[in-house]
Design a protein around this ligand. Structure first.
Ligand code: ADP
Ligand code: MG
Length: 429
């Protein structure tokens, strides 16, 4: 019918506009490398934010003792403790507790939020078992993973630029979040000092590096996407401080978020208007962000012969029940187009970072190994996306270079990483 012809036209047009040929991706990677240079040259030198982390050394594996971390990055926060065994000992023991933040604490006062967090941390510390007990007699220290935009001023201080992810407490903006936490710890009577303030990418880099010494980049593909890598301090013109002993500084690179489910919803809207679902224009489909990426990935991965998962989700979420199998197949195809585009652009971004680091080629006679620590819900749960990203990176680098690159899933490296950075930046060791 005419509608079906129209539907095929829309698919074809959408496919065309989402095309990511290798030549184009290589341009994206090059542009990224250029912007990275510009962002390192001067503050505001590029829209690409190249944030200084003040982390000038990563854990070596020699760290020993009991270390705490607090991971605040969304609607939950986690407190954890690790017991490190020192050289070749690794992580002897670890425990964590996840606590959700009541909505009223996300929009109330700064003191109320940090008091709540400090109180939970105090409870967790009070439950420390004997085999965790520090024998050194030194005060406990805390690594603080805080995944909101922060302008860092030292390894253990940073000013909140703005809240995101549903948090909105005006009085915290412009304040040092470590000072806010420290005041709350004092009000709890909990003797604990924050030794390192880090973003989740930096935590993942530290956690990844501890597990595998060849890790040099960490990438988070979750609600948002960003990355951190080790840069030579010499290559950072905007850094006017003393050159760190290690000669290295870890930088974080923020890439814009990927709203895959939302892109998918928008193309479905077009389909609904011009070709699909009979004469009704499903009202639910008009609601921005009603289709989350997890739903889109569930549909994309539907292997049932009649595409039952697709049908159920269309019915449950969008109240669309009159779909044919043929239509559902097209819908899966749309998921594939959106996910493939996102994954290939991520691969291009990653290539940009590898280029900046000089890891996109093999040097004569060198046995180079580059390990990328990856984390985040998108990478972890969206298999088609993950495969597409890895295949594209292989295509971009070529078989030979790709063999020197390894992507490792760093499961929850960010919390452990903060505890490890706490250890490597301890003032007592
Ligand atoms: P962040 O810390 O950035 O909020 P997470 O790493 O916790 O993100 O991952 C959550 C995000 O991962 C979700 O917002 C969603 O986009 C994506 N995600 C979670 N589960 C899935 C899934 N099953 N399929 C595809 N994407 C998913
Ligand atoms: Mg996260």
């Amino acid at each position: 019918s005419g509608k079906w012809v129209k539907a095929m036209e829309i698919v074809k047009e959408f496919e065309e506009s989402c095309r990511t040929p290798i030549s184009k991706l290589k341009q994206v990677a090059d542009a990224m490398t250029v912007e990275m240079h510009a962002g390192l040259a001067s503050e505001g030198g590029s829209k690409l934010k190249m944030l200084i982390t003040y982390v000038d050394s990563l854990p070596t594996g020699d760290e020993k003792g009991l270390f705490y971390a607090l991971d605040l990055g969304g609607t939950n926060f986690r407190v954890l403790r690790v017991l490190l065994g020192g050289k070749d000992g690794g992580i002897l023991k670890q425990q964590f507790k996840e606590v959700s933040i009541p909505p009223n604490k996300m929009t109330g006062s700064s003191a109320a939020l940090f008091d709540y967090i400090a109180a939970e941390l105090a409870k967790f510390v009070a439950q420390e078992e004997d085999d965790f007990k520090s024998t050194s007699g030194r005060p406990r220290e805390l690594g603080f993973t805080f995944s909101f935009p922060v302008m860092q001023t030292s390894i253990a201080s940073g000013t909140l630029l703005r809240w995101t992810k549903g948090f909105s407490i005006d009085e915290t903006v412009g304040q040092d979040v470590v000072a806010e936490l420290t005041k709350a710890l004092e009000r709890q009577g909990l003797e604990m000092r924050v030794s390192a303030l880090v973003n989740d990418t930096v935590g993942t880099l530290a956690g990844g590096k501890y597990a595998n010494n060849d890790v040099v980049v960490a990438v988070i593909l979750g609600t948002g996407s960003n990355a951190a890598y080790v840069e030579r301090a010499q290559a950072i013109p905007k850094w006017h401080g003393l050159l760190p002993k290690s000669g290295e500084m870890i930088y974080e690179k923020v890439i814009s978020g990927m709203y895959l489910g939302e892109i998918f919803r928008r193309v479905l809207c077009r389909m609904a208007k011009e070709a699909f679902f009979g004469d009704i224009d499903p009202p639910k489909l008009k609601e921005p962000f009603i289709l989350g990426t997890p739903v889109m990935s569930a549909m994309h991965h539907d292997t049932s012969p009649d595409l039952k998962v697709v049908a159920n989700n269309l019915k449950d979420i969008l109240e669309i029940s009159n779909t044919s199998l043929k239509m559902r197949k097209v819908i899966v195809q749309l998921c594939d187009i959106v996910a493939t585009r996102g994954a290939r652009l991520s691969a291009a971004g990653l290539l940009g970072i590898l280029k900046k680091m000089g890891r996109d080629t093999i040097k004569e006679g060198e046995k180079q190994k580059t390990v990328i620590a990856m984390d985040g819900g998108l990478y972890e749960h969206y298999e088609e996306y993950r495969n597409s990203l890895e295949n594209c990176l292989k295509e971009l680098l070529g078989e030979e270079v790709f063999k020197t690159i390894k992507i490792e899933h760093s499961n929850d490296g960010s919390g452990i990483g903060a505890a490890l950075l706490n250890a490597s930046h301890s003032q007592y060791l």
